[in-house]
Design a protein around this ligand. Structure first.
Ligand code: CP
Length: 308
């Protein structure tokens, strides 16, 4: 069993067995990251291209390190300094990279569906590193790895995802991945930042943060995505924080030792207090390490496995 489809576009295409395989492989990859010399020859002769049309620190860097730790050649395309600014289409950029020998293209794009479109043009494999509001499957997988490593599974866990659900590809991908693995997912935020119909996808929805936190095993806090908001979804940042910031007082409602996750970048004092972000219950830095491990696992499963 592996990742059968050519491209990894969303969590919808991964069943329980495939998620388990990726997380198990990532656990092995983490051992390499923790070595003094972080280098194995697994992907020697393979090339990985990071094609990012939106800013990124964690995802782009971790795909780059993941490829390099496994000896792949990794190239980063900065679209603001490429022929994209001369009007080159996604199709032509992709075809150009493929003609140069790219085995896999990792794409982040502001438009939902751009990775799927790119994949339809190319024989090279494509990984979605985040597309608009749609999906961020590798973020969900690294969040799930952090949960699995610390709580030993998913069945019956209460996972509260709190914040700007409307604009969050992380929330959508985690909802799918976590419910597939048997967790109970609660989505919480102001009514203006929760789209209708999420119950049909298996979520419990509440506008009340205290209800979402009550007995939670895991809390995933989300950033307010001001860059994606065209109109005011709440009166002010100050009012938002008063109702939805995770601080010590609110955290006390969750299960003792509940895990606090955040995909980053975090806004201290907006969705999470500095004290909670730096607390012993915060697994934000561990998530980042797991991001490299999960991306190594995916590159290995999609490029490196055959006959090696
Ligand atoms: N979590 C996440 O996608 O972070 P970056 O935007 O820094 O890649």
């Amino acid at each position: 069993m592996g990742i059968e489809s050519k491209d990894l576009l969303s969590m919808e295409q991964l069943d329980c067995g495939q998620v388990s395989l990726i997380l198990q492989t990532a656990k092995e990859m983490e051992k390499i990251i923790r070595r003094d010399i972080k280098k194995v020859p697994t992907l020697r002769g393979k090339s990985v291209v990071n094609l990012f049309y939106e800013p990124s620190t964690r995802t782009r860097t971790s795909f780059e390190l993941a490829g390099k730790y496994m000896s792949a050649d990794v190239i980063n395309i900065n679209t603001t300094a490429s022929s994209v600014v001369k009007g080159e289409s996604l199709k032509d950029t992709g075809k150009t990279l493929e003609a140069m020998g790219a085995d896999i293209v990792v794409i982040r794009h502001g438009m939902a569906g751009a990775p799927k479109m790119l994949g339809s043009y190319l024989k090279s494999r494509v990984i979605n590193a985040g597309d608009g509001f749609h999906a961020h499957p590798t973020q969900a997988l690294l969040d799930m790895m952090t949960i699995k490593e610390n709580l030993d599974g998913f069945q019956g866990l209460k996972v509260a995802i709190i914040g700007d659900i409307l604009h969050s590809r992380v929330a959508r991908s985690n909802l799918k991945g976590l419910t597939t693995m048997g967790a109970n997912v609660w989505l919480c935020g102001p009514p203006t930042l929760i789209p209708p119909g999420l119950e049909r996808l298996g979520a419990r929805v509440t506008y009340n943060m205290e209800e979402a936190l009550e007995g939670a095993d895991v809390v995933i806090m989300l950033r307010i995505q001001l860059e994606r908001q065209k109109t005011g979804f709440f009166p002010s940042i100050r009012e938002y924080s008063q109702l939805y910031e995770l601080d010590r007082r609110r955290l006390a409602l969750a299960r003792k030792n509940c895990l606090i996750l955040h995909p980053g970048p975090i806004n201290r004092g907006v969705e999470i207090s500095g004290e909670v972000a730096d607390s012993i219950q915060s697994y934000i830095n561990e998530q980042v390490t797991h991001g490299v491990a999960v991306r190594m696992a995916l590159l290995y499963l999609m490029l490196g496995q055959k006959g090696e």
